[in-house]
Design a protein around this ligand. Structure first.
Ligand SMILES: Nc1nc2c(c(=O)[nH]1)N[C@H]1C(S)=C(S)[C@@H](COP(=O)(O)O)O[C@H]1N2
Ligand SMILES: [Mo]
Length: 200
């Protein structure tokens, strides 16, 4: 007999410890708050902005011309699945700040996406080789339902911080809640500290 409990019982022991409360997921679930936007590559842009001013903007070709990195990393969703050794290709967020000659005094950013999603991050969490604009997953162009053409990848924080369909980073002086943070999710979201919700 096949029941939900049957599938639950098939959860495998992970080869290494996961953050507290997480289980090992072999698939790649899709979690989207709205519909999947479709962004033609000739219209795609990525910007670093302050207020309504775009300090630097890259077209698809300009982004592709930047130095790339390949990343193999675990990802952890606040809904408790973790995926091990996911493989991505993209551009380090550091590279955009360097290429744009942007050395901002601001200590936070609001990541904003095509479709309206937002999530807040500290400069310390997106710079220093910790965050990427990813456009390939497992050697193929990133699937639109997983955020293609490009998503933010911040693997050391819960996956809601990895904004799909990323359009830009807005520099902000003071930390402010994005989409899920306004609904009660933690402002930082470190899975190893189990920072899921306000007060965690
Ligand atoms: N633009 C956008 N980005 C998003 C979301 C979303 O709804 N819209 N969901 C977040 C959440 S809660 C998670 S867990 C991951 C899910 O990514 P996936 O669908 O590729 O698994 O994307 C995050 N980024
Ligand atoms: Mo999530």
């Amino acid at each position: 007999m096949i029941t939900r409990g049957f599938f639950g019982a098939r959860r495998l022991q992970p080869p290494r410890p996961l953050p507290p409360g997480q289980y090992w997921e072999q698939g790649f679930p899709v979690l989207s708050a709205g519909v999947t936007p479709h962004i033609p590559l000739n219209e795609w842009r990525f910007s670093i902005s302050r207020g309504n001013q775009e300090l630097s903007t890259w077209t698809w070709e300009q982004m592709l011309a930047l130095p790339h990195v390949d990343i193999t990393t675990d990802i952890h969703c606040v809904t408790k699945w973790s995926k091990l050794d996911s493989k991505w290709r993209g551009v380090s967020i550091d590279t955009f700040f360097e290429a744009g000659g942007i050395a901002p005094p601001e200590r936070f950013v609001m990541a904003y996406s095509y479709g309206g999603y937002t999530t807040n991050l500290s400069m310390g969490d997106i710079r220093g080789g910790k965050a990427y604009l990813a456009h390939e997953f497992e050697g193929k162009p990133l699937d639109p339902q997983h955020g293609g053409p490009t998503r933010l990848l911040v693997p050391h924080l819960y996956f809601w911080k990895s904004a799909k369909w990323l359009r830009g980073l807005r520099l902000i002086d003071r930390d402010a809640p994005g989409f899920w943070e306004q609904a009660g999710y933690h402002m930082r979201g470190d899975p190893w500290k189990e920072e899921r919700y306000w007060g965690d």
